[in-house]
Design a protein around this ligand. Structure first.
Ligand SMILES: *Cc1c(COP(=O)(O)O)cnc(C)c1O
Length: 389
């Protein structure tokens, strides 16, 4: 209630993105919706039911606390959750009890999970993460046979749901060789597992960038984060997609991805300022001529970075209005001199479209020197999220 700004999540945009992605990866490939980082800032609580209503049934999270939140807000009992990263013993026990699957990336965890599952009396659903060249988490080749045999011997407690790996950056051709090598290593290690007689129900390796640029990485399931929210993992991925799919792109390129998120506030006050006056704190901005300056109740406490002082922009009545002076804790001031009939109460868009104009997270984050990914997850959790059509 009484919010100074609101974040809208567009159902039609998500629907469209998922249609595009499913078509791109192939109908038989399962899409797991990656919702770590509070669903990339969109908010796990509103996003999961929204995604379910668009047909998604598989979600990937980083840790057990995110998995817990999915279990709280999911609307479909058959929705599956997979933890790709951290869970301590309590988190693992909770996961086993609640049918949440998780990555296992070393022998010690495998043994611990077997004990937990035995004690709880339900099998654990595990994804064996393989180390293929990222050198982060993952079972190394030297331990693979042991892990495989251990799972085979303990099938009553350990159900292998999948085998997976993660690429060390598929969003730039600079890593082309590394992705190729990792893919080959992954295949080889999977063959080693199946040769022992252990079947692999789901193989998965691709994030958005890999799924869109390296078809051989799609396998049985893709873990899609950024692209479902309507962002390309990088400019390069977008260019590659466009060049590979539409030789005539110059004539009629339409971005197949739509931003799901839109952040807006309202004009709370308009001041007429004479020429030669400083606006706001200090001396950062002086009016070069008589100007109309509107106040918007969004500031750095809401994630509108202070480094956007004199640089940021918002949209009012479909026109860009530049931030003048410093970003305050709870407010910014913007120049609305050239927006004729601007009034208190007018919508001010911070990220998203208004009429034909748009402020992308990209330009917002370029200015703030942040990656889309980082900018999105920094959106404060306490701004209200609403789902729109
Ligand atoms: C974040 C993440 C993804 C999704 O990456 P995007 O680039 O957002 O699609 C996939 N897999 C793992 C292991 C991740 O951590």
């Amino acid at each position: 209630m009484f919010d100074s700004s609101v974040i809208e999540l567009s159902k039609s945009a998500l629907h469209r993105n998922l249609r595009f992605l499913q078509k791109a990866v192939g109908a038989e490939v399962l899409i797991s919706s990656v919702i770590k980082g509070n669903a990339y800032g969109h908010g796990i609580d509103p996003f999961v039911p929204l995604a379910e209503s668009c047909g998604l049934r598989h979600f990937s999270v980083f840790d057990a606390s995110e998995a817990y939140r999915v279990r709280q807000c999911q609307t479909n009992p058959s929705t599956q959750v997979m933890i790709m990263g951290f869970a301590d013993s309590d988190g693992l026990a909770w996961s086993v009890e609640h049918g949440v699957s998780f990555y296992v990336f070393d022998i010690a965890r495998l043994e611990e999970v077997r004990e937990l599952a035995r004690r709880i009396g339900v099998p654990a659903h595990i994804h064996l993460e393989l180390e293929t060249g990222m050198n982060r988490t993952g079972i190394r080749d030297a331990d693979l046979l042991r892990a495989t045999q251990y799972i085979l011997r303990n099938q009553d407690c350990l159900r292998l749901e999948g085998v997976c790996t993660h690429f060390a950056g598929a969003e730039t051709v600079a890593n082309y060789k590394r992705v190729q090598d990792q893919t080959a290593e992954f295949q080889r290690m999977c063959d080693k597992i199946t040769a022992e007689g252990l079947a692999i129900p789901l193989r998965h390796s691709a994030s958005s960038a890999a799924a869109l640029t390296y078809p051989e990485t799609r396998m049985d399931m893709v873990r899609i984060g950024i692209a479902q929210y309507g962002f390309w993992p990088s400019k390069e991925t977008e260019m590659q997609h466009l060049l590979g799919n539409d030789p005539d792109y110059r004539k009629h390129y339409i971005d197949p991805l739509r931003r799901v998120l839109r952040w807006s506030s309202r004009v709370m006050h308009i001041a007429s300022v004479e020429a030669g006056q400083f606006v706001g704190y200090g001396t950062m901005y002086m009016t070069p001529r008589p100007q109309k300056v509107a106040t918007i109740p969004v500031g750095y406490s809401h994630g509108f970075r202070r480094s956007l002082s004199n640089l940021g922009r918002v949209l009012i009545r479909g026109k860009r209005a530049n931030v003048v002076g410093v970003v305050n804790m709870s407010m910014i001031q913007v120049d609305v001199t050239s927006i004729p009939s601007v009034e208190v109460g007018d919508e001010a868009v911070i990220i998203g479209k208004q009429k034909k104009a748009r402020i992308s997270v990209g330009s917002f984050s370029d200015m703030a020197n942040l990656l889309n990914y980082e900018m999105l997850v920094r959106l404060p959790t306490d701004i209200r999220r609403v789902v729109v059509n």
